[in-house]
Design a protein around this ligand. Sequence first.
Ligand SMILES: [Zn+2]
Length: 375
Amino acid sequence: MWKGLAAPPVRVARGRQNRGVPSPASAGKASRAPTREPGISWYPGHGVRATLGMLRFMSNAQAIGSVLAVVPLLLAASSRPGLAQSAGRREPDSTLQLAFTFDDLPAHGPLPPGETRMEVISKILTALTRARLPPTYGFVNAQWTESEPDKIAVLRAWRAAGHPLGNHTWSHMNLDANPLEAFEGDIARNEPLVSQLMQGGDWHWFRFPFLVEGNTQEKKNGIRAYLRNHGYRIAAVTMSFADYAWNEPYARCKTREDQKSIRLLEDTYLRAAEASAEYSREMSKRLFHRDIPYVLLMHVGAFDAEMLPRLLEVYRRQGFRFVTLEQAEQDAFYANDVDLRLPASADTLEHALSERGLPLPARPSPARSPDTVCR
Ligand SMILES: [Zn+2]
């Protein structure tokens, strides 16, 4: 299913301000990214929203180059020389940290002909191992294992490779579209399988489906109270390039055996990732004059699996060091996600920028929308 935004607005954490810590930063949390779910349960309406989002994404077709060109200048103009120095560098930088997370285990998006979910997850796990990523959270919707029990093998493979699992609700439920009580029930229903597979490990990390945290204050407060009372922390998202959007066109192109179009998808995917990282970094610097540790939203789609080795290399070239979700969210920026006694507050980097009267960076956009490929 789709989250509805192709160019994810970056959601913002809100820790420091609420705690009264004097700092140029409040907190920032992440990019919302759509999700397309596997199998039978498609969520009407999200496709349209995603398409509209992608059109908006496309409207800034010149933006990537502009962002890349402007970032070093902005950094040079920063009032914090010590921090700003690290900004445009491409060599590994211990201050530049990225935590990968994967949503929608055990299955996301359509499969190309002949490919299985186990093959997809195996590719992902091999890439993570070869790149020596630390334990990487995968967020589970156990519903898919009920309709297709063999998918439990996918989750077992994830665990066997040393990676932890977290809760993404049983059915990928949208909190905004459902009563709070139903949503809480969907969280609880997901717990037996996740806890069993984790065998005592920490599975109390929660990723909101569609990255929506409640469309009323009552829901926002209610779900935070529920998660707090059940020992959860929220898995934030501070970087996303709408990776989900390439999986369906990839399946179409594979069906047609259209190699030229697949090359186009590969190119736009990697460029989108690169530009998205620059976009998140620019917003973080405008807000906080530093790089927060970023949490990247990914999905376990077939194209994601195919591209992961190259994607990891893109981030390495940009200077990122890979860390765990726990390590990233130790940053004060994520205080409201790990300490749910704190109130919910403004939740996008864009919003935080506009609240401070700071200009938004140009939004990155792919040279061509993947949605139009192999139609
Ligand atoms: Zn999801």
